[in-house]
Design a protein around this ligand. Sequence first.
Ligand SMILES: Cc1cc2nc3c(=O)[nH]c(=O)nc-3n(C[C@H](O)[C@H](O)[C@H](O)COP(=O)(O)O)c2cc1C
Length: 364
Amino acid sequence: MKRILKKMLPAAAKRAIVLGIDGFSLFLARACATNGVLAGLYYAFFSRRFDREHLAVLRGRLAYAKSLREIGETSPLLRRNIHRLEKGLIMKPRRPLFAEGFIAETVHCYARAAANLDYSPAELKWATDVLDAYFDVVEPSPVVEQAQQVYALCSQTRGTERPILVPPTFRPYPRSDSPPCNISHDALQALFIRRRSVRWYQPIPVPGDLIQKCIDSAALAPSACNRQPFRFIVANGVERASRVAQCAGGTVGFAEQLPAVVVVVGDLSAYPKEQDRHLIYIDGSLASMQFMLAAETLGLSTCPINWPDVDAAEVRLQKLIHLPEYERVVMLIAVGYPDEEGGIPYSQKKEYRLLGQDMVTDDH
Ligand SMILES: Cc1cc2nc3c(=O)[nH]c(=O)nc-3n(C[C@H](O)[C@H](O)[C@H](O)COP(=O)(O)O)c2cc1C
């Protein structure tokens, strides 16, 4: 019906209808933008633009709840709690008794991880080293002692059939043990200036081991509570890469010659609560930036590609790369050896003033 009307109506009438709908929608938006309940009603009855986000967040919560019962290769709860313990261990001054509120759930989760041979050996070693450090120093209490007993039993289940990761230990360490920084600010700035969004590439395949190196660099990015709620799906080879790139609107005209495309995917099953839903985009973007800078040091160029919340595009990509509904695309990254004659938009950068103390009020 919509299509038939579109064909039959003269252009002026179509324009008038579009303007009318836009005007009405803006009128409703103005009326509903006064408080949260009305805004919720607006998005329940007049616009379905948040449907996919809502669905993904709810599915994420359910998948998180499932991950507590059926542990896989990794556990968001264990990662988060082990990180909380690390932070407790480095506190100045360190409290004699800490983490009482969550040590029981941590060791129970650890027990399930230790019993699962598919669980990541590195993650388990980190948890083991940090729990050892914790029980070495924490002041005994009934809660701590009970947790320690559960933990002691785990040492019988973990081990033997699993690859043994040898030292160095994954316990907290002093800053002075960090490797020195041999990169000057000028050298780093030169890398930032060299990295540009490159859209034209040489028809040369991208070696998989170089993409792996970029992913290894991306994995070193900071992430909230060290959950690292993202993964990278690599479409390598022009044919595959262009099929993925064509799902995105922002690649018109250059999608067909991209040698590789990486899909950065955020995992909402890392969170029990809606309040953290934005972290997949923050953590995923920080990692993406490291990926792109690492690529530049390997002679590769990149272009981040936007992934707006467009239903049809999401359905297409979801089918192509088999995404569960609790995973959301953060962005795509085109990767390849740059065509040296290919143009680079100047894309002038804003100048940022150093904002001074006058921006922070003294009294509150
Ligand atoms: C999240 C994000 C999405 C982007 N999406 C697209 C895109 O869809 N198509 C495109 O050609 N460039 C895209 N870009 C590249 C920007 O246009 C580019 O980063 C900006 O103009 C600054 O230029 P530079 O990256 O060369 O410094 C995107 C960049 C970011 C960070």
